[in-house]
Design a protein around this ligand. Structure first.
Ligand code: UGA
Length: 444
């Protein structure tokens, strides 16, 4: 059955969720305070790079099942189910999450709700937020306790966001056990297709649902930092972290995924989520429980410094004036997101140390140039590498994985490459006469 749905916040999460809900057959309206974003979305264009999203947007803007507006009242009048998908970035002066966007959705929407409705929060929030917001909604909504709030965290990965939205590996719903209302019933209707396919559906209390999300991201971050810490030991001993990850990954209890040693994690989620989780644990008086996440963060940031050090060593100790090609600016491939991007961080640091850095990224150059306007962004990988003293592969885009070492060898001044994502076929590069450096590899 088609539900009338609104999605507040049309960033990476909200725009994809809105389009995904329309694809599932619902009538959807996306809301954002940014008129330029809404104009583009209303034309069926994605304001950021996400494979498969433009097709879905244009399909449903055309079909009429998907609309966009800056007017919250239109959405409040139209929808019976309201999703909150506003961002929760790191605060500027600390580790905590900036809740102002999520709070302002509730402050705007709730006073307009004069008939029964369900609000489902999708944003990643500090534990305790949902309960606070539920009380606020009851206070503000003219329909009072006819408006119920649940938490329905999102697990989508950038680059795979459409697939993750349409075919999630699990659904999680937090409801207030003292006031469950219609939240579960409505969520079951919204996600009827996934539930019919047998998608696991964990219904729990509000606090657990909030913690599920941050725990999942904290676990993933820990896994990446674990293997990067082992990479450091490999580097000190001449061992090879890739063989090691393969070997331990065969143990089903460990698993090979997220054991990719390299430049570490970045993006709009993992880094800020572990910091916000630590901040919240501190407020709750259980900071010791999460002290290890500080180390996870430190190991992760050390990878960036390690690549900068390796680059300096490769060019003979002096970065000043060295011509360095940095391939990749996005925090991971198939994304134009440069938030807390390890690749862009390395490029920027080398630039500040006086290197002549040229950067190419297949999708993220516009977003990267907004953060680092003084970096030299060039239109092709060849332009970046021509006459370079050193090439660094910093984001594992397929075009970089598939570079031809012979062709590139004819472009550069010196055949030196740092494979900061361990994504290249190293044998082919070494055979083509390159000084190849991986991360935590024999050759490191
Ligand atoms: C992450 C989670 O994977 C999603 O489940 C979650 O929904 C999302 O955050 C969120 O909270 O919204 P995402 O930030 O898109 O998704 O990126 P990931 O695929 O998790 O990658 C994060 C970072 O870890 C990237 O910089 C990636 O390069 C790095 N990484 C990943 C490694 O360095 N090694 C690995 O083996 C895997």
């Amino acid at each position: 059955m088609a539900e009338r749905i609104s999605v507040f916040g049309t960033g990476y999460l909200g725009a994809t969720h809105a389009a995904g809900m329309a694809e599932l057959g619902h009538e959807v309206i996306g809301v954002d305070i940014d008129p330029s974003k809404i104009e583009r979305l209303a034309r069926g264009e994605a304001p950021f790079f996400e494979p498969g999203l433009p097709e879905l947007l244009s399909k449903h803007v055309e079909s009429g099942r998907l609309r966009f507006t800056t007017d919250a009242a239109t959405a409040a009048a139209f929808a019976d189910v309201h999703f909150i998908a506003a961002g929760t970035p790191q605060v500027e002066n600390g580790y905590g999450a900036d809740m102002s966007h999520v709070d302002s959705v509730v402050e705007t929407l709730a006073p307009m709700l004069d008939r029964p409705a369900v609000i489902l929060g999708k944003s990643t929030v500090p534990v305790g937020t949902a309960q606070r917001l539920a009380a606020r909604v009851r206070e503000l909504a003219p329909a009072g306790d006819q408006v119920q709030l649940g938490w329905n965290p999102e697990f989508l990965r950038e680059g795979l966001a459409v697939e993750d939205t349409l075919r999630p590996d699990r659904l999680v719903l937090g409801v207030d056990p003292h006031d469950p209302g219609r939240v579960e019933e409505v969520a079951r209707r919204v996600y009827a297709q996934a539930l019919e396919r047998g998608t696991p559906f964990v219904v729990t209390d509000l606090a657990t649902s909030e913690l599920v999300k941050v725990s999942a991201n904290a676990f993933l971050a820990t896994k990446v930092s674990f293997i990067n810490a082992i990479a450091e030991v490999c580097e000190a001993t001449g061992a090879d972290v890739k063989d090691l990850a393969d070997a331990i990954g065969y143990d089903e209890r460990i698993g090979r995924k997220f054991l990719g040693a390299g430049l570490g994690f970045g993006g709009g989620c993992l880094p800020k989520d572990i910091r916000a989780f630590m901040a919240r644990a501190g407020e709750l008086g259980v900071d010791q429980a999460l002290t290890f996440l500080r180390e996870v963060d430190t190991v992760n940031l050390r990878r960036r410094q390690h690549v900068v050090n390796l680059a300096a060593a490769q060019v003979g100790g002096r970065l000043n004036g060295a011509r360095i090609a940095v391939l990749g600016a996005a925090f991971k491939p198939d994304s134009d997101d440069v938030r807390d991007s390890p690749a862009l961080d390395v490029a920027g640091t080398l630039h500040l140390k006086g290197a002549q850095v040229r950067v190419h990224d297949p999708q993220a150059m516009d977003s990267a140039a907004r953060v680092w306007p003084t970096l030299d962004f060039v239109p092709t990988p060849d332009d970046a590498m021509r006459d370079a003293d050193l090439v660094i592969v910093a984001t594992e885009w397929t075009v970089f994985r598939e570079l031809d070492p012979d062709h590139v060898g004819r472009l550069v001044a010196h055949k030196r490459i740092i494979d900061a994502r361990n994504c290249l076929p190293e044998r082919a590069w070494i055979d083509a006469g390159w000084a190849y450096r991986g991360m935590g590899r024999h050759s490191a």
